[in-house]
Design a protein around this ligand. Structure first.
Ligand code: BGC
Length: 379
């Protein structure tokens, strides 16, 4: 905690210097604060006056920089941004960085050079884009974080995302419910998985999940047989399904030769399917496994009972919210007001937060009532 505060102070000092020496994009960042998490504040966003947010021409170039296309949500984002920005009359440049920080920095630089008025960024590593985003700010380009927080930079005007701590809570609540439904009386043997450590969502998902699971570990309802309960032990570098599968293989070989595994906390659907496959290969009965993204394949697995739950965070809604903000900026109306902010290490960033929804076989038809392609999978 102390370390983090000191780090934040050092970064504040560095960024303050950068603000004075830079030529300024006409927009000041929000106030500095070292509060740890997403917080609700009282109407703070009204400080963003339209004078700080000059509009720009219709038909302007808009950059979208995505971290990779390795999970369905990012592929959907690529398609939806391209189609919907065009439909709204903009010129989109949509690129993905294949999990490589340098590639993403270069793509963003070239979007600035190509005259983008807004750059939408889902970072590979939330903390490694500071310099290029300051560059965007100095060039008068608006920067909107997409799905993931942009950390350690004043070069961000707001972030559009689904509640990340909330997502973890939903995953853990579903895991507990599934264990009670499917695995008889407690205690239950479980293991924990986290997402990619460079992605600011991953520790938040884990933190939300542990806020629900830790009390149940403490009272003996849940037993983490391997003893691995720290995020660093449980994280999956680059959200790589193969790495998760081989960690699960080792956990099973090392701890479960004479035990059944009842449940696994999984941070997303790809990793959930890797975990389930590993358990099947080891001859285990399928454990209760959580997920995220409502990927097509996992929606089918939830429907057939192979994966217990997922969490829906519809890409369409997130893209629509982002384009709504771009339209507001284009018209010279600035960033819409919001009462949620997150400390990104140097500033409090406005967060435009949408609610994630848990999906199990019980409510899948309701959740996907307006999503014909997923509804189609429930057969
Ligand atoms: C997104 C998830 C996705 C994961 C891996 C996270 O930041 O919120 O939807 O599964 O990245 O791509």
């Amino acid at each position: 905690m102390k370390k983090r505060t000191l780090l934040s102070m050092a970064l504040v000092a560095t960024m303050a210097l950068a603000t004075f020496t830079g030529c300024g994009g006409g927009r000041e960042g929000s106030t500095t604060d070292t509060a740890a998490d997403t917080t609700k504040t009282e109407e703070k966003a009204d400080a963003d006056t339209t004078a700080d947010f000059p509009g720009f021409e219709e038909g302007a170039t808009i950059g979208v920089s995505l971290p990779w296309l390795g999970t369905q949500n990012w592929k959907e984002a690529e398609e939806m941004f391209t189609a919907q920005l065009e439909e709204a009359g903009y010129k989109p440049i949509v690129q993905a960085a294949d999990q490589k920080v340098t590639q993403q920095q270069q793509q963003i630089e070239s979007m600035i050079e190509n005259g983008a008025k807004v750059i939408v960024v889902g970072p590979v590593d939330g903390s490694q884009l500071g310099a290029v985003l300051e560059q965007a700010k100095e060039a008068g380009v608006y920067v909107i974080g997409y799905d993931r927080l942009l950390e350690n930079t004043t070069g961000v005007d707001g972030v559009v995302q689904f509640g990340s701590v909330k997502t973890g809570e939903l995953q853990a609540e579903a895991l507990l419910k599934g264990l009670e439904e499917k695995k008889g009386e407690a205690p239950y043997n479980i293991e924990l998985f986290g997402g990619g450590p460079a992605d600011p969502n991953a520790p938040n998902f884990f933190k939300g999940a542990m806020s629900v699971l830790q009390p149940k570990i403490d009272d003996g309802t849940l037993v983490v047989v391997s003893g691995q309960t720290d995020f660093t032990q449980c994280a999956t570098v680059d959200w790589d399904n193969a790495k998760a599968q081989s960690r699960m293989d080792s956990l099973l070989a090392g701890n479960y030769s004479d035990k059944e595994i009842d449940g696994v906390l999984s941070p997303n659907d790809g990793i959930a399917r890797a975990i389930i496959t590993s358990c099947e290969n080891a001859g285990q009965e399928i454990p209760v496994v959580s997920g995220l993204d409502a990927e097509n394949e996992s929606v089918e697995w939830v429907w057939s009972g192979r994966q217990y739950s997922t969490v829906a965070k519809p890409t369409n809604d997130l893209v629509a919210k982002t384009i709504e903000i771009i339209d507001s900026l284009q018209a010279g109306n600035g960033m819409p007001s919001t009462d949620v902010t997150a400390d990104n290490g140097v500033i409090d960033v406005n967060i435009y937060e949408l609610p994630p929804v848990v999906v199990t076989k019980d409510n899948a038809k309701e959740v996907f009532a307006n999503d014909p392609s997923r509804l189609e999978l429930l057969k």
